[in-house]
Write a protein that binds this ligand. Structure first.
Ligand code: SAH
Length: 238
């Protein structure tokens, strides 16, 4: 699937993901088109493959970011039950997905990018600051980058007027693989809410699958194994 979607420009890359059925929703396509991957990937930004960003981290392949968004879309978009979606992006790395998510959560939504390496938290902010749109999102407070251990989740302090939005997360995206689903992340999911998380199949973490975990309005949790992947692990901070 990767490679076939590569392009010579941001538009070509996104168009190819659309043509290949990796992006199926026009709103998702529009969000991706607003974010130039060259601001986030230091090398070969329009190739559909992961690229190194330093600190043993990588920006994930575009088709993986597309899959994450497509599998959680109904929770990311504002709705009558959740007009101001709250999204936590664990292991925000380059900040690319954090930015694309922010294009989808609507006027009142919030996206928090969480990193355990300060330099990568700063990288995410710096990359977003390269475009006028990214700066606008940072200045408005819709996107915030924080430092912390993503396995513990994150409690974002409410700003004025945000108190009624609740504390949990409508969406938790995890960009690094877990040995098991961290209980604190499950607790912090709203009901309804959704999590996208790569989990090791075995002890060595040699094989992994992405799981989509959904919590319904009654707090009932269901899990679906989506597809095999190869992500860097969630670790202790260096
Ligand atoms: N979504 C990012 C992926 C970056 S790679 C992108 O596409 O750019 C995975 C990231 O997870 C790395 O940046 C790494 O620093 C971070 N990470 C690893 N363990 C973590 C932890 N315990 N808490 C928070 N972030 C972590």
């Amino acid at each position: 699937m990767a490679w076939t979607c590569s392009g010579t420009s941001n538009t070509a890359l996104i168009d190819n993901m659309w043509k290949n059925g990796l992006i199926t929703d026009a709103r998702v396509k529009e969000a991706f088109l607003k974010v130039d991957r060259a601001h986030y990937s230091p090398s070969m930004p329009y190739q559909d493959s992961p690229q190194p960003i330093g600190h043993h981290a990588t920006i994930s392949a575009p088709h993986m970011h597309a899959a994450a968004i497509e599998h959680m879309l109904s929770y990311i978009l504002p709705s009558s039950t959740s007009p101001a979606p709250r999204v936590l992006d664990v292991g925000s790395g380059s900040g690319y997905l954090t930015h694309v998510l922010a294009e989808l959560v609507g006027d009142r939504g919030l996206v928090v990018g969480l990193e355990h390496i300060e330099a990568l938290k700063v990288l995410g902010e710096t990359n977003m600051g390269k475009s006028a749109e990214g700066r606008r999102l940072l200045e408005s407070g819709k996107v915030r980058f924080r430092v912390g251990d993503g396995r513990k989740g994150w409690h974002e302090a409410a700003r004025e007027g945000e108190e009624a939005l609740g504390k949990g997360w409508d969406v938790i995206h995890v960009g690094a693989s877990a040995v098991q689903v961290p209980p604190q992340l499950l607790e912090q999911m709203k009901a309804p809410g959704c999590m996208f998380i790569p989990v090791d199949d075995d002890e060595g973490g040699y094989s992994q699958h992405v799981w989509r975990i959904e919590k319904d309005g009654n707090g009932e949790v269901t899990r679906k194994k989506l597809f095999g992947v190869r992500y860097v692990p969630l670790t202790d901070a260096p």
